[in-house]
Design a protein. Structure first.
Length: 378
């Protein structure tokens, strides 16, 4: 039996996971300073209570198998910000205990910006959006200990006690104090400036981050997952000749002159599983309004939806509606991408994307549900 298969079987029946002499622990979470702190803290607690430990990133069963083969210490703490495929299934459907480190996704973006610079802001938004979508159902898993940064950032001792107790690690007060001393406080990477980066963003940039991530922030605090809005900042244009740099944000109209091709594409993120409605807003110049276009939704290489756009009477502002469904595999080969094509070569004209609003089919707001309850049960 191969290592990967054996591990998937073990995850379903062991608590904690034991592979021969190995003891294996898992942390999943939003890529953030708080999640990093939880991972390091867990590693230190395991070290104090059980002995030498490796801390290894793993998003797939294959990642886990490779780490187990190469491991030197007798114990491993795995962390994953994008658990996908068989690893995701094994953890969600198994009985092994694991820790879920949640964070306000907007704060997670701030952590990345502090680490990588402001030019990384929209890529950080994509990274955090992928992770947030992949973790939308993890807070309801019975085998999981959920730690939210808003609750535990100011209570490191409580977090350490919860992790040790939940994972079955017999840790003394001295063990926990030593572990906490080694990892420090669970603060944001920006230190005293933590949170102020958000206020310094201009309204357009803030709206782009907010639209993509605020619904997840509300969901992780127990609310509904409301409509998600991907602003134009998260898309790219495909002009000819190819401008430098190669990937140009779709924050301006693009010249469609040239061959038939994908004109605008993005954002390449995950969506939670389910049926969705996408409303794509487009602006088209008078010359470009004489042509027809294709708007597609792709899940990796698989087309999920297609709509042909023929602007009626030269209409220049259109909203394209597409219906599609997403499965729960969350494979990296299945990132969601909107693509906008022109069907034939163009000699002139410009096109711009406004935003894409995504709503789960059957979504009814809490306010509307409360209204129905009031008028129908009165």
């Amino acid at each position: 039996m191969g290592v990967s298969t054996r591990l998937a079987w073990s995850i379903r029946i062991r608590d904690p996971i034991r592979l021969g002499e190995f003891m294996v622990f898992f942390i999943v979470g939003i890529p953030s300073r708080f999640a990093e702190w939880c991972v390091n803290l867990t590693g230190r607690i395991v070290e104090r209570t059980l002995g030498p430990v490796d801390v290894v990133g793993a998003n797939t069963i294959a990642d886990v198998g490779h780490a187990v083969i190469k491991a030197m210490p007798p114990h491993i703490v795995f962390f994953s910000y994008h658990p996908v495929g068989h690893l995701r299934t094994a953890l969600l459907e198994g009985t092994a205990r694991f820790v879920v480190a949640l964070e306000d996704p907007r704060r997670a973006v701030g952590d990345m910006v502090a680490q990588h610079g402001s030019d990384f802001l929209f890529e950080a938004t994509r990274v955090v959006a992928r992770s947030s979508a992949a973790l939308t159902s993890w807070d309801a898993v019975p085998a999981a200990l959920v730690l939210h940064g808003d609750e535990y950032r100011g209570a490191p001792v409580a977090a350490a006690e919860a992790i040790a107790r939940y994972l079955g690690l017999v840790a003394s007060e001295e063990d926990l104090a030593s572990a906490l001393s080694a990892v420090g406080e669970p603060v944001g990477l920006a230190g005293d400036d933590d949170g102020q980066w958000w206020a310094r963003l201009d309204d357009t940039t803030r709206a782009a981050v907010e639209g993509a991530l605020e619904p997840y922030a509300a969901h992780f605090l127990g609310g509904q997952l409301g409509p998600i809005v991907w602003q134009r900042d998260l898309f790219y244009i495909n002009e000819e000749p190819v401008p430098a740099p190669y990937t140009v944000p779709a924050t301006r109209p693009m010249d469609i002159t040239g061959r038939a091709r994908v004109l605008i594409y993005g954002p390449r993120v995950f969506l939670p599983a389910g049926a969705w409605i996408a409303a794509v807003s487009l602006g088209i110049s008078p010359e470009a309004a004489e042509m027809s276009y294709l708007v597609e939704v792709f899940n990796g290489t698989t087309q999920l939806a297609l709509a042909k756009v023929v602007p009626p009477g030269g209409e220049r502002f259109v909203e394209v509606i597409l219906n599609f469904s997403v499965d729960d595999s969350f494979e990296f080969e299945k990132l969601i991408e909107i693509r906008i094509w022109n069907e034939r070569a163009a000699f002139d004209g410009r096109i711009a994307i406004g935003h894409v609003k995504l709503t789960r089919q059957g979504h009814i707001s809490i306010e509307m549900k409360e209204y129905f309850e009031k008028v129908l049960n009165g």
